[in-house]
Design a protein around this ligand. Structure first.
Ligand code: MN
Length: 259
């Protein structure tokens, strides 16, 4: 499962959040948790982080790198799915939204694998014309999905579709996940199917109906895999798809030794 660090690895473009640095230098930082990168490395990939930039750069990024990992972060601007702001909408970053939607479309057009985590699954859905619940506590009958425990400890059960990539990867249809989201997929975008739901019905994962590997999960596997190895599954499925694509496209002749 873990590959030699010296082996040639498929590259994964990793998106980031932006924020003005509090105190000190007056500059805007681009950042995300380093556990996303560690999850990619453990699966055999090589992460490459990018700031949120001009959407016109997306096509070249989709040529330069082998796969796309849409990381977690703040809320997506509801203007992207034709709604006004709910009164409990969190902070939004239209620059990041536009860049990630362009990246998503460029990697799909290039038939390259994509993994979305938390905000990432929501981004995938919005890019495909779907909508989001802007604030789950306002949706009648939903459980708590913003857990108080900050260590990534599983909070709620999730049921996986038996014929999904996730169920095949986890080797079961019943898992427990952490939960750090107040938004969730509402209307499902085109070409996507729901492959996981929490016990209250909230959508917890989407997969692509066709084309290259496409998986988005609403929980945070990067916060869980060190203590609970089964939660490395989304990273492993993603990088395995990158390795398989590399061998079929003849891009990485040495990937065979990794597979
Ligand atoms: Mn949840």
């Amino acid at each position: 499962m873990s590959h030699p660090l010296s082996a040639r690895r498929p590259t994964v473009l990793l998106t980031t959040s932006s924020a003005v640095r509090p105190g000190g230098l007056h500059r805007e930082d681009a950042f995300t948790g380093r556990n996303y990168s560690e999850g990619v490395v453990l699966a055999g990939g090589l992460p490459v982080m990018t700031a949120a930039l001009d959407p016109a750069l997306a096509v070249q990024y989709a040529t330069l790198t082998d796969g796309l990992l849409l990381s977690g972060g703040g809320d997506i601007d509801p203007a992207e799915f034709g709604q006004g702001p709910h009164r409990d909408l969190g902070s939004v970053d239209p620059v990041r939204d536009a860049f990630e939607i362009a990246l998503y479309r460029a990697f799909r057009a290039a038939d390259k694998p994509i993994l979305g985590i938390c905000r990432g699954v929501q981004l995938m859905n919005v890019a495909e014309g779907g909508s989001l619940h802007q604030h789950l506590p306002a949706v009648e009958g939903t459980w708590q999905h913003v857990q108080q425990d900050m260590r990534g400890t599983p909070l709620h059960p999730v049921e996986l579709s038996a014929d999904s990539r996730l169920a095949a990867g986890f080797g079961t249809t019943s898992i427990h996940t952490n939960s750090y989201h107040h938004q969730a997929v509402d209307r499902v975008g085109s070409g996507l199917r729901v492959t996981a739901r929490a016990g209250d019905g909230v959508i917890e994962a989407l997969e692509g109906e066709s084309g290259a590997f496409l998986l988005g999960v609403q929980w945070h596997p990067e916060m869980a895999f060190k203590e609970r190895p089964e939660h490395h599954t989304p990273f492993r499925l993603f990088v395995d798809a990158l390795l398989a694509a590399g061998t079929t496209q003849g891009l990485r002749p040495d990937a065979l030794q990794l597979a």
